[in-house]
Design a protein around this ligand. Structure first.
Ligand SMILES: CC/C=C\C/C=C\C/C=C\C/C=C/C(=O)SCCNC(=O)CCNC(=O)[C@H](O)C(C)(C)COP(=O)(O)OP(=O)(O)OC[C@H]1O[C@@H](n2cnc3c(N)ncnc32)[C@H](O)[C@@H]1OP(=O)(O)O
Ligand SMILES: Cc1cc2nc3c(=O)[nH]c(=O)nc-3n(C[C@H](O)[C@H](O)[C@H](O)COP(=O)(O)OP(=O)(O)OC[C@H]3O[C@@H](n4cnc5c(N)ncnc54)[C@H](O)[C@@H]3O)c2cc1C
Length: 644
């Protein structure tokens, strides 16, 4: 049998890297231990022949694909259990680790929601007694759950959910009911045929009063027969753009009774007599969504890194066209247009991975604060989780598509794996908070921050520059730090523009809701710019921080990647940079910002040339011709357009 020979071009490219590959691998894995754990699990998985398809899944029926995914999920989970029992060096039951293992099968796992949301909700919203009863069973998959919040009629507007949970003190039970067709739960992963339990988010009623949405743990299928319990209507919602084996389903209740103790009571409670005990904050009910949004940023990076690797390798081995008659066809990697498509995908996967790690640390610190009853950081973290989830998933999905297109026809083959990766990342832009809705949530926070900034109130860290921005005139020089300040200036400009837009519409007679809606495109833009500034700054600072403890060769290349990312987005947003205004909070004057030295007037400032010489893609090193970015802005005097 022909031995698979590695392509000559790929070998040659791999021979050209300028730094220690294992060092980069450890950096990506979060350290040597992370690499060791990952390899241990991969070694377990890679040799299991049942995990490799005899027949491409695209040729299977919907039912066969689902059964194939269930089979693989069971094998992966058994491997994990055995591994934990054998080694216990790998924290297999951390949802993020379990999620990572489940994603080693090509198909989305029907128990993805069990690990990604059902288990984390028990961690985050069940009382200690409830965790005692359910957590181990969930971790050992003795019960399999999902997260049933979205309904046919409502996904974004949680306060509009129609499923009811009415407390009956005579039996100490909640009666779950779906009063309308639009109240049917629609979308929850695993609900179609897999889950026998679920977290149900419903409007809580007690003593004739509605207390808003709360979470309940509900058994929906018989533990022995797996048939739906009486009063439960459940099934599969059918084919989708992707995620075909996620087993998304629908769920309706017909006066279905559950014990009082099945209301998740870490935050709020209903006592036996029906009295409602309020939580410290209604927002704590939304805790699972914040966790998943935080996880999605790292997942977006992971999916994009897969696509970027495929595209970079293909670009090394594909030869096409003949720019010079009689010469061999060049590798498509030598076309600058190809580099321009692929290298930003590489840089972005690193930017999102490091930003995801930074956000996870902020979330971990918040959960510690919440345990101490301190909710101070909740609003800022909610705003961060919303915009970073939105931007990371959208960037990842569009760059996955860009990577596919960079591979020509072969990128369109199922065997390229781009369709699977695209389907997964496209879903992420919508689930766990739709893109626009999330950015508007962040805008809500930014409008409050702007009002505080105008009042000179010290702001939380990620918006603090709104107050100090005009006090210390930044030294506009051509450095990454200056670009980051430029992104801050753009963000402040857009936040001010949106706030002024709301004020303008209110002054023209609209109420706040209509003024908000009229200015909502600007509000989305302000959130995008605020978020881009965070990613640029975090990427750059994380690279600076880690560079101090890594070899110089690796530090140089990672620094170039972060400079590429900054330069790319300056060019993508050059219009905003040209228009950026610094408006002193006293609102007395406008001036354009210049990247030249602050003393220059009315003259073309120095061009900003970023010359990226080499970027490394894992073992594939390619060199970028002069990726020259000429970026100029003009400085004007306050009211003098100047001669530029
Ligand atoms: C990598 C992934 C790994 C694992 C994942 C596993 C599986 C992946 C596959 C699929 C999973 C998908 C699951 C789902 O999709 S679950 C359903 C997700 N649904 C949503 O995200 C709904 C989105 N909509 C909202 O969240 C609401 O619009 C929102 C609550 C944001 C606003 O609604 P509403 O208009 O009613 O309230 P507001 O008045 O705007 O806000 C009220 C108040 O509360 C604050 N708030 C809102 N949400 C949160 C939160 N999550 N945390 C903290 N605080 C929150 C908001 O800021 C307002 O505060 P204030 O401004 O002080 O009034
Ligand atoms: C693959 C996949 C898996 C999913 N898994 C689950 C799951 O396991 N559990 C679960 O509970 N849910 C799940 N969902 C549902 C998901 O959470 C919702 O689809 C999502 O929250 C969006 O809500 P929606 O579908 O009602 O869209 P809508 O909110 O109706 O959005 C439609 C359009 O209206 C706009 N819009 C809505 N509200 C506003 C507003 N206030 N201002 C401006 N524009 C607005 C949106 O921007 C969007 O353009 C899943 C969805 C997908 C695609």
């Amino acid at each position: 049998m022909a031995v698979n020979k590695v392509n000559e071009d790929l070998l040659r490219e791999r021979a050209r890297y300028t730094f220690n590959i294992e060092e980069l691998t450890n950096f990506i894995d979060g350290g040597e231990e992370g690499t060791r754990n990952r390899r241990e699990v991969e070694d377990m998985v890679i040799h299991v022949k049942e995990l490799h398809d005899e027949v491409p899944e695209d040729y299977l029926s919907h039912k066969e694909r689902y059964e194939n995914a269930v089979k693989k999920g069971c094998i992966l989970i058994d491997l994990l259990k055995e591994h934990v029992l054998r080694h216990s060096s790998f924290d297999a039951y951390k949802p993020s680790n379990m999620y990572r293992v489940l994603s080693m099968a090509k198909e989305v796992s029907p128990v993805l929601l069990h690990m990604g949301m059902f288990v984390p909700t028990i961690f985050g919203q069940a009382s200690a007694e409830q965790q005692e009863e359910w957590l181990h069973k969930a971790l050992m998959l003795e019960i399999i759950g999902t997260y049933a919040q979205t309904e046919l009629g409502h996904g974004t507007f949680l306060r509009g959910l129609e499923t009811t949970a009415t407390y009956d003190p005579s039996t100490e039970e909640f009666v779950l009911h779906s009063p309308t067709l639009t109240s049917y739960k629609w979308w929850p992963g695993g609900l179609g045929q897999t889950a026998n339990h679920c977290i149900v988010v419903a409007q809580l009623y007690s003593r004739e009063k509605c207390y808003g949405v709360h979470a309940f743990l509900v058994q929906i299928r018989d533990s022995e027969t797996h048939m739906p319990l009486p009063g439960i209507k459940v099934g599969d919602i059918g084919p989708k753009l992707g995620f075909q084996t996620a087993n998304n389903g629908f769920l309706g209740f017909d006066h279905f009774r559950i014990p009082r103790k099945n209301m998740l009571m870490r935050n709020a409670q209903v006592l036996k007599d029906g009295r409602y005990v309020k939580s410290k904050s209604d927002k704590l009910t939304y805790g699972t969504m914040m966790l998943v949004r935080v996880m999605i940023v790292s997942d977006a990076a992971y999916e994009l890194s897969r696509a970027a690797t495929i595209a970079a390798r293909y670009s090394a081995v594909r030869r096409q066209s003949m720019p010079r008659p009689g010469q061999p066809e060049p590798q498509i990697l030598d076309y600058v247009t190809q580099q321009h498509k692929v290298f930003i995908a590489i840089a972005t996967s690193h930017a999102l991975r490091l930003t995801g790690g930074w956000l996870w640390d902020a979330y971990s610190s918040l959960t510690h604060d919440l345990d101490q009853g301190n909710l101070d950081q909740l609003p800022e973290l909610h705003a961060l989780a919303c915009c970073l989830k939105a931007i990371s998933s959208r960037d990842s999905n569009s760059l996955v598509e860009q990577c596919r297109m960079s591979c020509g026809g072969h990128g369109y083959m199922s065997s390229s794996n781009f369709p699977t990766i695209y389907g997964a990342t496209a879903a992420t832009v919508t689930y766990e908070g739709e893109y626009t809705v999330m950015l508007l949530q962040t805008a809500r926070y930014l409008m409050k921050a702007w009002k505080e900034a105008l009042g000179g109130i010290v702001l939380t860290p990620t918006v603090a520059y709104m107050v100090t921005y005009n006090k210390a005139k930044p030294a506009w020089v051509n450095t990454p730090e200056a670009i980051i300040q430029g992104f801050h200036a753009v963000a402040v400009g857009k936040v001010k523009e949106a706030a002024d837009g709301i004020e303008y519409h209110q002054n023209s007679g609209k109420d706040y809701e209509d003024a908000w809606n009229a200015a909502s495109v600007m509000l989305v833009k302000a959130s995008e710019c605020y978020c881009r500034a965070i990613i640029c700054e975090t990427f750059w600072k994380e690279i600076q921080k880690h560079s101090r403890s890594m070899s110089r060769n690796l530090a140089v290349v990672l620094q170039q990647l972060s400079e590429l990312y900054l330069s790319y987005w300056v060019l993508e947003r050059s219009g905003d940079f040209f228009q950026v205004r610094t408006v002193p909070l006293t609102r007395t004057k406008f001036e354009f910002v210049s990247f030249a030295s602050p003393k220059c007037h009315c003259q073309m400032c120095t061009g900003f040339v970023a010359h990226i010489t080499s970027v490394v893609v894992l073992a594939v090193q390619v060199s970028i011709q002069n990726l020259t970015l000429t970026f100029c802005t003009r400085k004007r005097n306050e009211f003098d357009i100047g001669s530029c």
